[in-house]
Ligand binder design. Structure first.
Ligand code: ZN
Length: 154
């Protein structure tokens, strides 16, 4: 075997080692902020790593609004065009810079399901101390109908 081949092989081995080392050195995925929906029993998420988030006062988040992203989803046919963004349970994950804590705000229909909350936490790589909060901003058509019925009864 020529020495040329040997050095090529050596380089390959170094390349492999580097790659392996790279995998070990890789940081755990950075936590993310974003918006999400529960759409026909699956989650739609628009996310960004915390380091790319936009800061508004004490809170950092993804700047996209639900309406804007939904319009985009309608355009690329990810959702049916006749369905409105506020018909489905939705929410948002932000980071509270003062408390150094992620906050998951969502429709009651989402928070009611610990399985769904776990899915969102896993998807966005959120730490265990993430706080969940109900937000009356985020009410799907089912919640709104339920509230209307309650108001009528009262
Ligand atoms: Zn709801």
């Amino acid at each position: 075997m020529s020495s040329g081949n040997a050095s090529v092989r050596k380089l390959r081995i170094i390349g492999l080692k580097k790659r392996r080392k790279g995998m070990i050195m890789q940081k755990p995925s950075e936590p993310r902020v974003g918006i999400f929906w529960l759409y026909k029993r699956h989650l739609i998420v628009d996310e960004t790593p915390l380091s790319d988030a936009e800061r508004y006062g004490d809170v950092s988040g993804r700047p996209t609004s639900h309406i804007d992203h939904w319009t985009e989803l309608q355009r690329n046919k990810s959702v049916l065009p006749e369905l409105e963004y506020d018909e489905f349970p939705r929410g948002r994950v932000v980071y509270d810079n003062a408390a150094q804590q992620f906050i998951l705000r969502a429709d009651a229909c989402i928070l009611r399901s610990s399985k769904l909350v776990r899915q969102i936490v896993r998807k966005l790589h959120l730490p265990p101390n993430t706080k969940t909060e109900r937000d009356d901003h985020y009410r799907c058509s089912v919640c709104l109908r339920r509230n209307a019925e309650r108001d009528e009864r009262e």
